[in-house]
Design a protein. Structure first.
Length: 314
């Protein structure tokens, strides 16, 4: 009985170790069926890809993905965060501020006592900035920039740190303002005629007259510690300053401080986008107002011409 069981077990195991034609036939048919199905799928995909509509859609999708993905501009250069919808002072939330790291301050050993009203507490030896104050002061600065741009004022963005130079340029381009992304030239605001006079065009009516130069109506500084000279010149020239003030900087030096982390490139970019968007709103509102005024003037002029014609031909 034992021998029969052993032989039966061997007989059951032999087909697995010694495949026969009857056992290999289903596997071969399955493989052939899989290969034929894959070949049919490839042929179908080739037929679909050859159509011009699919080719156009795929090219459009590739261009859209390439536009959204960041590109490497230089070695060790932080990439800008491209968002589908621009942030505004109304859509900005505390969670987005904390996600950008704007609530992280400096070490308590570098703490400036003047920043005490903005500090929520300390953790692991680092001062934590209250994001509620950051959001409130940021919205106030946005309202100021919106009003200045609506009245046709000049906004100057200053960001000289290597990591935020591209942010400064993009913010000025969006707000239709000016920027200083390199070294600040001393005397730009206090000695404007001598520093900027050679770049201004001469007066066509009187070439002997010194060229006309203009000062900005407000300064937006993203790294105030490195640009203390610019802030000092703005104070002497009675120009208001909007600046990102970290826990190691005295916020009393500027008129509109924004308590936030100025070392985070992502956070500075977030603040710059919101400020530039607010300034752009003022510019667009001013353009709409001027267009409406021109339209009203043309309408009044047309009505006056009709009245004059009626009087002349009556």
């Amino acid at each position: 009985m034992v021998l029969r069981l052993a032989s039966s077990r061997v007989s059951r195991l032999t087909p697995l170790h010694q495949p026969t034609g009857a056992i290999m036939l289903p596997q071969t048919t399955v493989r052939c069926f899989a290969l034929t199905s894959l070949a049919r799928q490839d042929e179908a995909s080739k037929v679909i890809e050859e159509t011009p509509e699919v080719r156009k859609d795929s090219m459009t999708m590739r261009m859209e993905i390439k536009r959204l993905l960041p590109t490497l501009t230089s070695f060790k250069m932080p990439q800008p965060k491209r968002t589908l919808t621009p942030l505004t002072p109304y859509t900005l939330t505390i969670s987005k501020l904390m996600g950008a790291g704007l609530h992280l301050g400096h070490s308590t050993s570098l703490w400036n006592p003047a920043t005490l009203p903005f500090i929520f507490g300390t953790r692991a030896g680092i001062s934590i900035i209250n994001p509620e104050h950051t959001l409130a002061y940021l919205r106030r600065a946005c309202a100021v920039l919106r009003d200045i741009s609506f009245r046709g004022g000049i906004i100057l963005f200053v960001g000289t740190r290597p990591g935020i130079q591209h942010v400064t340029v993009e913010a000025a381009r969006c707000a239709e303002g000016y920027h200083v992304s390199g070294k600040w030239v001393p005397g730009t605001l206090t000695n404007t005629t001598q520093v900027l006079g050679r770049y201004a065009p001469p007066d066509p009516d009187d070439p002997t007259r010194p060229p006309r130069t203009y000062k900005p109506d407000i300064l937006v500084v993203f790294n105030p510690i490195e640009n203390e000279n610019a802030i000092a010149e703005a104070l002497l020239s009675h120009i208001p300053v909007v600046a990102i003030t970290d826990t190691d900087y005295d916020p009393r030096n500027v008129m509109y401080p924004i308590p936030a982390n100025d070392d985070s490139v992502r956070g500075v970019e977030l603040v710059a986008k919101v400020l530039a968007t607010a300034a752009k709103e003022g510019v667009l509102k001013r353009k709409m107002m001027l267009d409406q005024m021109d339209k009203n003037e043309r309408t009044k002029k047309a009505q006056l011409d009709e009245k004059v014609r009626g009087v002349l031909f009556s």
